[in-house]
Design a protein. Structure first.
Length: 155
């Protein structure tokens, strides 16, 4: 899984085993013969599992992206606490996003060289999301500067 996604998604093996047990219990997968070289049991999709997978793969995402990144919480807390460090936080976060864009561009180029069109699409999506995060960070900084200017003008 990790190699399929180019190392962009960490796997929690405890979660994998729990999920495999649930899928087997629900009749979506079944054991496929004996344990392999590393004593791991291989599984295969059942007919019901194949249908469920096909349905899932063809269904578009309907839920919006969750606002569950730490930066959102830090932004809210910094704003509420008014500790004057919001500009520093946004500047540091901007650097993080710029580095991420550089790293993703390198990963995308590597995937292109290897002919991995699937990974190219994955990394392009990550680049677009990171560009949006960067744009959001810049908008926050602009909003804060405008807000500070208004406060100075009113005094």
């Amino acid at each position: 899984f990790e190699s399929l996604l180019g190392g962009s998604w960490e796997v929690n093996f405890g979660q994998v085993y729990m999920t495999m047990q649930r899928l087997e219990r629900d009749g979506l997968i079944e054991a496929d013969g004996e344990r392999g070289d590393r004593r791991k049991l291989a599984y295969r999709l059942t007919a019901s599992g194949r249908k469920t997978l096909d349905d899932w793969l063809s269904r578009p995402e309907s839920e919006p992206q969750q606002l569950r990144e730490e930066i959102y919480v830090k932004l809210l807390l910094n704003t509420r606490l008014a500790n004057g460090r919001l500009d520093e936080l946004l500047t540091a976060q901007r650097r993080v996003y710029l580095q991420r864009l550089k790293d993703l561009a390198e990963l995308e180029q590597g995937a292109r060289r290897e002919g991995r069109d699937d990974l190219v699409l994955l990394f392009k999506g990550a680049i677009f999301h990171t560009e949006a995060d960067l744009k959001w960070t810049d908008a926050c900084a602009d909003e804060i500067r405008n807000s500070n200017r208004k406060g100075v003008e009113e005094t």
